[in-house]
Design a protein around this ligand. Sequence first.
Ligand code: BGC
Length: 457
Amino acid sequence: MSELQFPKGFLWGAATSAHQIEGSPLADGAGPSNWYRFEHTPGNTAFGETADIACDHYNRWAEDVELMHDLGLNAYRFSVSWSRVFPEGRGPLNRRGLDFYERLVDALLERDITPNVTLYHWDLPAALDDRGGWLNPDVAHWFTDYASAMYRALGDRVPMWATLNEPWVVMDAGYVHGTHAPGHRSHFEAPIVAHNLLRAHGQAVQAFRSEARTGAIGIVVNLEPKVPATDRAEDIAAARRAEAYMNRLFLEPVVHGRYPAELAEIFGEAWPSHSDEDMALIREPLDYIGINYYKRGVTRHDDGAPPVRASLVRQPQNPHTVLGWEWEVYPSALTDVLLWVRQHYGEIPLYITENGSAFYDPPTARDDAVHDPLRVQYLRDHLLAVHAAIEQGVDVRGYFVWSLLDNFEWAAGYGPRFGIVHVDFETQKRTPKTSARYYTEIIRSNGGALAHAGRGS
Ligand code: BGC
């Protein structure tokens, strides 16, 4: 019944990020972040919601680690809030902020849960934003100083690190479309931001190596296979541009030390030239690539959608999540993504660092249960897609479901619920959903339980 198995030592985890779950953004000497400011500016988030309380994880972390243990997770991916540790982004370290992460890491290790730390998941200290944030070339040094402090504090206990989470979203949502902090809208800024993100990444990896850390360090990118909507040449070209802009913009420099040629065409006069030294820095070898996969993108040519001149085409025949028509559920593209990464970027260990779905779940759990059959199905289908890639020889070493908890979904606020654990935001009560129970069965059987549908489906 269960010859469906994942590799020995496979990491079965869940992922979260600091700003989305912690709450208490200014507690114990922490400084404000760009997201704190953004969500406290009217009009930027759904219903003006903020992450001031979120899942109150800053106070409930011990309970949450117990929960992870009960679910059987053997790994947990979380991020550090830079402005908790360095309230001004640089300068004096805030011991009380760092203590929070020290306690969390120790509690995880006591429970045999491998900590996987992301240094930057979108919350930049506001004091650095005042100095230009990702537009200022000095950000690479600021980030490296912060990263080095974290390596020194936690490097003896944390075996897995990521520099940046989804730099493409930082650039595209933060600086092209203005839907995320800092809310800029300029395709002239975007290439500068992308390059500084990459320089910060490269320099922080270098610092990790120079301190002779034993753990692994990588980068986390969101990949979305771009499929031309028709076989017309202009749609094929649009899909190729979209792929360069979203999927290759960060990986190509990191692995091959060059930007995709299409970017000069996409950005035109806004595309700068880059020095060989910078490209060499960015190419600092990595231990793994983290892939966040949510959806694919069926793409058509669209002159009205700068800078890429490409738009997504709705796929009414397939299911969608509550985030809307652009969030098509398409599990087999996850196999394709993994094969694509191997083909373009070679034999490097891969982790699925995020994959998950927001479906309608009630705000309050009844009878200590939340039945979420669509999420159960999603989990199963996507894990089968990962397994299919492993069978084809792709070196996938772990899977982190997004997310452990329902949380603050950025500009969308608390509406979309991605958790395998339900959070009642009135009472902060946690209730594992049926998908969480199913995940536990999958973990216990190292994938074997995928041979049959989850109880909730
Ligand atoms: C991000 C998460 C986010 C999730 C769902 C990913 O792009 O890393 O922070 O909550 O997608 O939108």
